[in-house]
Design a protein around this ligand. Structure first.
Ligand code: SF4
Length: 466
């Protein structure tokens, strides 16, 4: 390897757990310039960089890291932005350990390069310099695109097509743009000002943003097609799943979607400045083992819960949440009831939940997801006292658009069926990508799908072929 390389990633300083559970400020502080340069110098600048193969949007990773190592931060962010319109978001919430960092050659003998932390550093450095310079726009094509949804997929499509000279209108159902980035991911993991800045950048580039505009009610997709030359559906997966077990309709049992929306978008965490109704239980149980479950369990602590429990039916090894999120939740005192599943909820005379009746589970053979299947242990039922429950077991797309759009093929799971390479749906002129097509997945995979769809929309509007 030649140069002597520090075997561990340069540490990122963070708020101590005992302090941060009393506020909503971001947990990690990010690298200083000195720390970023030190970490960037761990990169070997491989001729065939395997890390790039692990990146869904093919960022020139050694390129931007090399510029950080030289102290040329403005060039680093320039390289990043060639492929990624949301580096400040991806640097924070992408599962790098499963993608670029997993492929990094250093990982064979030591810790991989902290690619995500460096991405975040470059984006934050740019934000500190003031307004980001606008990207070049090609001559107007005279054609117009409707982007439905302003989450990661929609933002990527809008960003790519505005640069190619299209008129882009982004329709957002809520009163703030950003989709899951603002209603789902908590402030302490992704500060809202970062998303706001990215959306404002798009608007400065010329994207028209229409908020409080629900497609499927205010206008249908067919009506959008009368006004625009193509439509992109990036409406995400906002329909929460429940377990359909007895007592699940009791008061103070929330879907994670509702709980996090109240806490984040509706700012329940800023009480008493914002008096958003939300149950602030002493003992909050969150059912599920993904990032959303960790977000809800950690949010409960910040809303004043004395005890925040995770109830998950498999073991820690099978948990889909990122290691970093599980680690942060553990540090903050979230308790993990693993190999446990609720089978019913019991309430009091006011209809408020008081107990989760759970059953112990054991692991069997791997199922279709490759994870070992949880099997209930008959007769092992026991009661867990709770006063709030958050169900975080997954989401599927909202059926509003499928129900109001003729000729749009939908899968049994409720997702819009697309050609994976182009995002084309069964309906001419309509493209889709991100969670609405795949079911709930990652920010970066939604952005990757948006990029492919933007390319295909441009192709379709150039040659007219469907
Ligand atoms: S694989 Fe690792 S060491 Fe090689 S270029 Fe990528 S980040 Fe640098």
């Amino acid at each position: 390897m030649g140069k002597k390389i520090q075997d561990k990633k340069t540490k990122m300083r963070e708020q101590p757990p005992e302090e941060r559970i009393h506020n909503n400020l971001e947990v990690p502080y990010g690298y200083s310039e000195k720390e970023a340069v030190r970490e960037a110098n761990r990169c070997l600048q491989c001729k065939k960089p395997l890390c790039v193969n692990g990146c869904p949007v093919e960022i020139n990773i050694p390129g931007f890291i090399g510029k950080i190592a030289e102290g040329n931060f403005s060039e680093a962010i320039h390289i990043l932005k060639e492929k990624n319109v949301l580096p400040s978001v991806c640097g924070r919430v992408c599962p790098q350990e499963e993608q670029c960092e997993k492929m990094c050659v250093l990982g064979k003998k030591m810790e991989p390069v902290a690619i995500g932390r460096l991405e975040r550093f470059a984006a934050d450095w740019e934000a500190e310099q003031g307004e980001a310079p606008l990207l070049k726009r090609k001559k107007s094509t005279g054609k117009s695109i409707a982007v439905v949804g302003s989450g990661p997929a929609g933002i990527t499509v809008a960003g790519d097509l505005i640069q190619l000279g299209y008129k882009v209108t982004m329709y957002e159902a809520l009163h703030k743009a950003g989709g899951v980035l603002v209603y789902g991911i908590p402030e302490f993991r992704l500060p809202k000002k970062i998303v706001k800045r990215e959306v404002e950048f798009l608007c400065r580039m010329g994207v028209e943003l229409k908020k409080n505009f629900v497609i499927g009610t205010v206008l249908t997709v067919d009506e959008l097609l009368e006004e625009h030359d193509a439509v992109f559906l990036g409406t995400g997966a906002g329909l929460p799943w429940f377990m359909f077990i007895p007592g699940e309709n009791l008061n103070n049992i929330y879907s994670a979607n509702e709980y996090l929306t109240r806490a984040n978008l509706m700012k329940a965490y800023l009480f008493p400045e914002y008096d958003t109704p939300i149950a602030r239980g002493k003992c909050v149980a969150t059912v599920g083992g993904g990032n959303v479950a960790m977000d809800a369990a950690r949010t409960a602590l910040r809303l004043g819960a004395e005890k925040s429990l995770i109830i998950y039916r498999r073991s820690r090894k099978e948990m889909p949440a990122r290691d970093e999120e599980i680690h942060h939740a553990e540090q903050e005192g979230v308790q993990f009831n693993l190999l446990t599943n609720p089978v019913a909820y019991h309430g009091d005379s006011r209809g408020e939940v008081k107990y989760a009746e759970c059953i112990r589970m054991k692991l069997g053979e791997p199922d279709s997801s490759g994870r070992r299947r949880p099997i209930p242990m008959e007769g092992s039922n026991f009661k867990v006292p709770v006063d709030v429950v958050v169900v975080a077991i997954g989401n599927s797309p909202n059926p509003l658009i499928p129900n109001t759009t003729k000729d749009l093929e939908i899968s049994k799971r409720g997702t819009v069926i697309i050609d994976e390479e182009t995002g084309k749906t069964s309906k001419k002129g309509v493209f889709a990508g991100g969670d609405v097509a795949t079911g709930a997945a990652t920010v970066i995979s939604a952005m990757g799908a948006g990029r492919k769809a933007a390319k295909a929309i441009h192709q379709y509007l150039t040659d007219g072929k469907w």
